[in-house]
Design a protein around this ligand. Structure first.
Ligand SMILES: [Zn+2]
Length: 114
């Protein structure tokens, strides 16, 4: 008793797909990707694998896309810096206090009635 269950379980784990493709080269497809610097890279994928939309350019590290005419834009690597600069610029002590008070005021005013 019970041994029947164990055998069935192991068969499910092994799966039929691995056996079929064993030892044979799985068909592959080559997909071209272009980065913003127009570097072309052509990684190959198993034909039944999902091809990613983006690929990292091995030459410059920028994201590369499948559309040669419209490669993905290089990422802006420091958006937070401009934000910080913006905050610094307008945050004199006086302004900071005023902003804080205004925020507190708004909190009080929006207090829920219940
Ligand atoms: Zn590149």
């Amino acid at each position: 008793m019970g041994s029947g269950n164990a055998i069935r379980g192991s068969r499910v784990g092994a799966g039929p797909m691995g056996e079929a493709e064993r030892g044979e080269a799985a068909p592959r497809v080559r997909v071209s990707f272009w980065c913003a610097n127009m570097h072309e890279t052509r990684p190959s994928f198993a034909s039944d694998a999902a091809v990613p939309e983006m690929w990292d350019c091995p030459r410059c590290g920028l994201p590369a896309g499948q559309d040669e005419q419209a490669p993905p834009a290089p990422p802006k690597n420091e958006p937070y810096k401009t934000h910080l600069a913006y905050v610094k610029e307008r945050r004199s002590d006086k302004d900071g206090k005023a902003i804080l008070e205004e925020a507190l005021e708004r909190l009080r005013n929006t207090k829920s009635p219940w």
